[in-house]
Design a protein around this ligand. Sequence first.
Ligand code: HEM
Length: 501
Amino acid sequence: KNNKFGQKYKLPPGPKPWPIVGNLPEMLANKPGVPKWIHKLMKNLDAEIACFKLGNVYVIPVTSPAIACEFLEKEDDVFASRPMSMASDLISAGYLTTALGPYGEQWKKMKKMISKDLLSPMKHQWLHAKRMEEANNLTHYVYNQSKSKNGHGGSSVNVRIAAQHFCGNVIKRIIFNRRYLGNGGGEGGPGLEDVEHVAALFTLLIHSYAFCVSDFVPSLRRLDLDGHERIVKNALRTVNKYHDPIIEARIKQWKDGIMTETEDLLDVMISLKDAENNPLLTTREIKALILDMMMATVDNPSNAVEWALAEMINQPEFLEKATLELDQVIGKHRLVQESDIPKLNYTKACLREAFRLHPVSSFNVPHVSMRDTEVSGYFIPRGSHVLLSKQELGRNPKVWKDDPHKFKPERHLVDEGSDVFLSEPNLRFISFSTGKRGCPGVVLGTTITVMMFARLVHGFTWSAPPDQPIELVESQTDLLLAKPLEAIARPRLPEEVYLLD
Ligand code: HEM
């Protein structure tokens, strides 16, 4: 393609592709560390945008916020699609839902509905009591553990389990009006069914866009060379085993007239009508949508809270500052409420810092270009997969000049007195992203993340277990903490406060 001066636009720099297979051999050799390989090559090339050819797909990773904004602001219309992949096809039941589908009528219908009918400010308000029930359960669950072994001396808590299940509980509560898929685990903890369910959601998240060979050479799909299809199908079976009976029974209750009033989002989904007064959503769409929302809720908040707490236990001056803010805003005679969130700027700065330095995955959900275009002086062919690097945007030394690899919440408090938000529309790191494919769950996601963190920090004094310093090491296969955070929690409020609901 030529620019206006008749010169040829070039593809962004990258490794030389082999005929037909492109850079697939190197990709395969680097699995599961494909993001590491991509980032290393970009560093060697000193490039903030690059081009890898996988099969006949151009994959364009980006590590500069300015270039990322060109993609998702200036050229947002062009990059509003998603790749078709084995996993996203299976998970979204043939692209029926919002997050994983290519641009088109189905995506538009679902995105509009999810934003307007399920995640609107009014619905958020309507669901307040359900979220509070789960925030109180989180407090009770941690409180029960913190005093279980040696009175008020504190006891070890697996923060990952508490965090992932708080997210799971909130989304199950607001969609299904229940916390447990079975009988629960006692003392506010997850039951076996809930553990299996959340684990399956994470398996699906990890495999949604996991550089599966057949996504780049579709003719290989039947062979399932990397075994991803089997893993995804197993996880889907697990999730469906729990979701389907609940959804089908509820649809029947509405049909039979046993249910007439909406109590949760599943009721809302069943009752929505189109312009001709027919049901807006089919059963298949409802099932796919619920899985989409469950997956969208569990990973980001739990990972941010686990990392923030781990970092702050190792740098106690930050934990003290956050605790001081919480004591000033809330005092010691009640628990944190959602109405406190606007005032918790230091707490939110800690969480922004966790999103910046410790995103849950290396890359944002991929965007696909719908026509040939030019970005940052390079030719980007139609069908390219654009991967904004969550990891390297947040650690870009040109943007984060002051120790980019250090956890420092203060860097988000530059404008004295102005409110801190978890969103970052300038893409200097990625929390909710921006543009047409931006996250519709900003309010719910922020509420879940801040409430969870604030309840943990305000309610308990946290420290490393004796003789077991907390190791701030990323796992080899993803960006979660390599070892789930185990820390000592000691109650720090009067006992009766924990028992209030
Ligand atoms: C702290 C919590 C959350 C974070 C950090 C987050 C972040 C994101 C990001 C980065 C994307 C991709 C944007 C892009 O393609 O550029 C996304 C998409 C999406 N998120 Fe969230 N999210 C959160 C919570 C939620 C919640 C609670 C829901 C709903 C229950 C939700 C629903 C969605 C949906 C449906 C999409 C797909 C949008 C589309 O493709 O058009 N998210 N989210």
